[in-house]
Ligand binder design. Structure first.
Ligand SMILES: [Zn+2]
Length: 144
């Protein structure tokens, strides 16, 4: 009998330090599952956070627009890129002060909903993040 394979990745991405309860939202944002195997840890003990969620996806490498969306789920979310079974690159996701084309404005008469204009939102304060539309000034919560 061989040992069962553990959940370590060969080539893929680990999304770590997700706030508890946000793993499902992270999967949804990324349109997962796609093809590769995925392991999801929920309420995993964390020395720095108490508990956290973690998602490991074989064969997935995030596009910028995907990591930009993930960053909105919490503070200090880390993304590790695994190549050949080892962490090749680790970054802490950062939320920019200006979000371009990521959020949709909830104001139905905003120009961004009436014309083909890229949305621009300005970050207001810290987590949980709120953003002000640069065109109509309406403030949207990211989870709305
Ligand atoms: Zn607007």
């Amino acid at each position: 009998m061989s040992q069962p394979r553990d959940y370590r990745l060969h080539e893929g991405t680990v999304i770590d330090h997700l706030p508890v309860g946000s793993a499902a939202r992270a999967l949804e944002l990324l349109g997962l599952p796609r093809e590769g195997s995925i392991t999801v840890g929920i309420n995993v003990p964390s020395p720095s956070q108490g508990q956290k969620d973690i998602v490991r996806v074989e064969g997935l490498f995030l596009e910028k627009h995907e990591s930009d969306r993930l960053a909105l789920l919490g503070e200090h979310i880390t993304v590790s890129i695994v190549r050949d079974g080892a962490v090749a690159e680790k970054t802490v996701l950062d939320v920019p002060d200006r979000l371009l084309g990521i959020l949709a404005c909830r104001n139905p008469t905003c120009i961004t909903n009436e014309e083909q204009v890229q949305t621009v939102f300005l970050k207001q304060g810290g987590f949980p993040y709120h953003f002000r539309c640069a065109y109509c000034e309406r403030v949207s919560a990211t989870e709305a």
